[in-house]
Design a protein around this ligand. Sequence first.
Ligand code: LLP
Length: 418
Amino acid sequence: MDHFNLRNGELYAEDVPMARIAAEVGTPVYIYSRATFERHAAAFRDGLKDCPRVHLAYAIKANPNLAVLRLMANAGYGADVVSGGELERALAAGMPAKDIVFSGVGKTRQELAQGLDRGIGQFNLELEAEGVALSEIAAARGQRAPCVLRVNPDVDAGTHAKISTGKAENKFGVAIADAPAIYARLAALPGLDLRGVASHIGSQLLSVAPMEATYHRIGQLVADLRAAGHAVTRVDLGGGLGVAYRAEDRPVWPDEYGAMVARVTRDWDVELMFEPGRVIAGNAGVLLTKVIWVKPSPANPWVIVDAAMNDLARPALYDAWHDFVAVKPSGERFVANIAGPVCESGDTFAKARDIDLVKEGDLAIFRTAGAYGATMASTYNSRALVPEVMVDGDRYAVVAERISPKTIMDEERVPEWL
Ligand code: LLP
């Protein structure tokens, strides 16, 4: 459920008419609903009510806007970060360092040192050499780095290939069969405080089965590690819960997920950690856009909007579906293609889709754009970096300014020898 609804024939974000935001901030613009974010943060936590010890680390890659991070910190979430830049964001938003988990398959030595400097709560190691490096850096400072070992369970998440991470052929984690030996070697290093294991098999999962299969494998691994004499106190189960992009999508609800987790992990006696991203942010944001032209074509007309693949990359990258809804729907519909102004055929949001009838100058939204939307934006075609707005009841704030092509250009240099 979200707070982007029709009222008297026009779309509102909570109690603010979207047309007002378009008039005052311009388009394209991302609009977030505070109430929706808070609702999702609470729903995910409530879903896990039968798990005794839980740590929630919001995967900030989904939506790292500082206002969003502050909101999540207020809701009691820490952060899952994957770069030095994300780490600084989480801290800047007020997340305590001890609540930050550092994931990522390519953390540099400098980023490992940065994590130690900041005193983060956990490093998720992706390979043995990373653990050896972290131990060296930590031991040289007289520290022991809190960490877990990410394992690759070789489970098919049943999602888009580009966002699957838990198959043996993917770059993430160490093969689960190799994990006991690697764990034993890392546990013996002086600069590591190895506390357990982590896993994350992919994103936009629409079934509990692959997660459950993964957790059973992890449970067996934990038992094996304990039998070998290791004190396993933490297991990080990652993120990955999908959301409904289309009416027919049947996401796994947080309480269904939580019930499965409680059942499978009942005897583990560990602190369970989670890294939800999309399930918190996805439906908490929309991308508001304006129709520039409606262009006739032999097949279906092209609705050319002022948002493009540089603002919302998901359709171009993953053939993703985002519902398109007019801000003031007339009730009439037509079948059209929807595309942005970027000079690539890939800059197409929808083909032959039955949508609200729109004409030049009309406003419309792409729904479910709160996760992996603004954060993946670029300035391709020398377009501005898309701004972001957060709504709270009948007020709103611009939480990220539109960054103009001029500002970007000001950072470029032409050497004097040209
Ligand atoms: N933890 C780890 C280690 C991850 O790699 C990810 C996502 C998450 C947690 C959060 O997953 P979520 O709960 O959001 O599914 N840009 C793509 C999604 C990439 C996901 C990358 N990793 C998209 O737009 O679909």
